[in-house]
Write a protein that binds this ligand. Sequence first.
Ligand code: FSA
Length: 436
Amino acid sequence: MPSRNDSKIIIVGGGGTIGCSTALHLVRSGYTPSNITLLDTYPIPSAQSAGNDLNKIMGIGLHNPVDLRMSLEAREMWREDELFRPFFHNTGRLDCASSVEGVKGLREEYEEMRSGGSGLENTTEWLDDEKAILAKMPLLERRNIEGWKAIWSEDGGWLAAGYAINAVGEYLKAQGVNFASGEAGSFVKPLFDADGTTCIGCETQDGSQYFADQVVLAAGAWSPTLVDLEGQCCSKAWVYAHMQLTPEEAAEYKGVPVVYHEDFGFFFEPDEFGVIKVCDEFPGFTRFKPHTPYPLTSPTRMSVPRSHAKHPTDTIPSASDASIDLAIRTFLPRFVDKPLFNKRLCWCTDTADAALLCCEYPGWKGFYVATGDSGHSFKLLPSIGKHVVAMLEGSLDAELAHAWRWRPGGDALKSKRAAPAKDLSHMPGWRHDATV
Ligand code: FSA
C-alpha cells in the first residue's frame, strides 16, 4: 500500500453518515485531501441519506455486543470535539414501555446499562410510575401514560443530524476533498485490474471512471442494491412527519427530553423554527422487487429503497398516518389537530444481528463495505470513520473486525426486531408513480 500521503481513496455514498465520517478521519489521519473522492447521487448532505434529517436520537445503544463501546466513544466526541459539539442537544431521554413484555425488556436493558461499569449507572434512573415520568417530562398527559415505566438517561438527547453532516461536508470541502454527484457520483460498478481480483476504482452512471487504491462502499440502504451482499443487508423504510408549533408552544416545549415508547414511537424537542418531528415505531417497510446488483447477471428479489428526494410525490402508507396520529394522541394530545407536513420514508439497512457490516469484500482486494447501519448508527457519525480507516489500513480492532465481518446466512428481514418487515406493496395509501 502507498503511504497515507499518497494513498487514493474513493468513498461511495460519501454524502451520508458513514461515508463522510470516513473521509473526515482520513483527513484527520494525514491522508492528502485531494486524493480522497466522495461519490454520491446527491451533494453532501445527501438528500437521500437517512442521516440527513432534522434530528436523530442520541443514546447509548445495547443492540449488540460492541454497541455500548461504540456509543460511549461517539458520545465523547459529540461532547468534546469542536466539529460535533454544536449539534448535540443533551436534553435527556425517556425510554418507555407499558406492556408486560415491554417492561420486562426495558428492565433488563436498565440492569445491563448499570452493570457494565461504563459510568451509565450514574446517569440512568428507573422511573417506576407516572409520577416519576411526569417529574422528568411534565408536558405528557397523565391519563395517557398510565402503567408506563421508563429509563431516564440524563446523558441522552438528540443530534441535529443533517446540520452535523453538513458541517463535516463544509470541513471536507475546505480541505480540498473531491466530490462528485448526480450521474457522475452514482456508482455503477467497481473496476478491476487485469487479474480481475484487485479493485482499482469504480465507474459511475455517466460513464466516468475514477481510479483509487481503495474503494469504500458506504451507501447506506442503497449498498445491497449496488453490489451483491449475499442477503446480509435488508433495506427498510421508517416514517416521520413534522408539525409546526406557534412560537409560544415552541417556547413551552423547548428543552424537553426525547420521549420514546416502543409501542408508539417518539418525538423531539422543537427545532429552532418550532418544528417537532414525530415517528411511529414498527419493524420497517421493505420494497421487494427484482434487481441486479453487481456482479449478478440476472435479477434477484431484494428490497430496493426509493427515496423521497427522487420521488417527491410519494406518500406514506395509510397505516403510518394512523400510527403517527396515535403517537401524537399519546405524546402530544393538544396538537392532534395540527396539520402534518414533510411526511417521509427514511431508508436504513438491517443486518441479521444488527451489527455493522464493515470488511473487505471477499475476493475483491481493495474494495470494502462499510454499511449495515441497522437503524441505530447515526449517533456514530463522529467516530465510525476512525474504524473504517483502521479497516483500510489493516489495523481494525479484533473485536470490531469480528462483529463486522462478512457473515451471510442470517435473517436480515427480521433482524432483531419484533417481526419481519412488511412490504410497501401491501400497504394501501403508499402512492407513487409505478414506473420505477
Ligand atoms: O439509536 C437508535 O436506536 C435510533 S432509533 C430510531 C429509529 O427510527 C428506530 O426507532 C427504528 O426502529 C429504526 O431502527 C430506525 O431508527
